[in-house]
Design a binder for this molecule. Structure first.
Ligand code: 6GU
Length: 245
């Protein structure tokens, strides 16, 4: 997967891309990220990238010219790559969108600053607009990193365990249940016996029930989209009758 990122602040990306799984994904050739400084595409003497809004009012608006020029340089005549504008007005980012983006070979991410981007970027350059949640960030850079991270871990070979990405929360519309590791007893708090029983079917059932319980308690909205067996539904029905046990 190749990401081209258009930003006024390329240095924001250095830390997250140089650690852990994103670092290893680049080293193994599964991920590449090209950072393009929008300022380098401003043609005036002072490399100005924003201007006051037509019609007045506060704040500044990012000029269309440098963004179009940077995008055209990054795409180099290629067509078909998603051009994603990061903006709080975009569609809410989800695991399903991450999975959809992971099918592409190349993605262009445009980081807007929060005050705004000239509307012609949305209308005539972006093919998609994404928001990472209902709060306002100072710019799209952190959102771009969130998308790069969520997409990269879905690419084949990026996670050590090939099943990890489809097992996790949200892929199945269920939250994960609790995890335990050694020691068995920590400060008087014991791990659940069933996990040490060696009974794989009992462990699998317990984990499933914990995931169902946690989702029911914290995110009941997710249960509507989850793939539930008859046994799952019976367990949930029982929870509704005796909620806290
Ligand atoms: Cl993509 N950009 C900004 N500036 N704020 C956000 C966001 C994006 N997603 C949530 N808040």
């Amino acid at each position: 997967m190749h990401f081209d990122v258009l930003t006024l602040f390329p240095a924001i990306f250095a830390g997250p891309l140089e650690e852990s799984i994103l670092k290893r994904a680049q080293e193994s050739g599964r991920l590449s990220v090209a950072l393009h400084n929008i300022r380098d595409y401003a043609t005036d003497k002072h490399h100005i990238t924003d201007d006051t809004p037509y019609g007045g009012g506060g704040g500044m608006v990012m000029k269309p010219g440098p963004i179009f020029a940077a995008a055209e340089a990054a795409l180099a005549g290629e067509s078909g790559a998603p051009v994603v504008l990061l903006t709080p007005q975009g569609r809410p980012f989800t695991q399903a969108i991450a999975a959809e983006l992971a099918h592409h070979r190349k993605i262009l991410l445009i980081c807007g600053r929060y005050e705004g981007v000239d509307e012609r970027v949305r209308q005539h350059l972006a093919s998609d607009e994404i928001s990472i949640g209902d709060y306002v960030l100072t710019g799209g850079e952190l959102a771009a990193l969130v998308i790069i991270d969520a997409v990269t871990r879905l690419l084949p070979g990026v996670l050590g365990d090939p099943g990890a990405a489809c097992e996790d929360s949200y892929a199945r519309n269920l939250l994960e249940g609790p995890h335990y590791t050694r020691p068995f007893e920590f400060r008087g708090w014991e791990a659940p016996e069933v996990l040490l029983s060696g009974d794989h079917a009992a462990v699998a059932r317990w984990r499933r029930e914990q995931a169902l319980r946690r989702t029911f308690e914290r995110r009941p909205d997710l249960l509507k989209q989850a793939d539930l067996t008859r046994q799952d539904r019976e367990f949930l029905a029982q929870l509704i009758q005796i909620p806290k046990s």
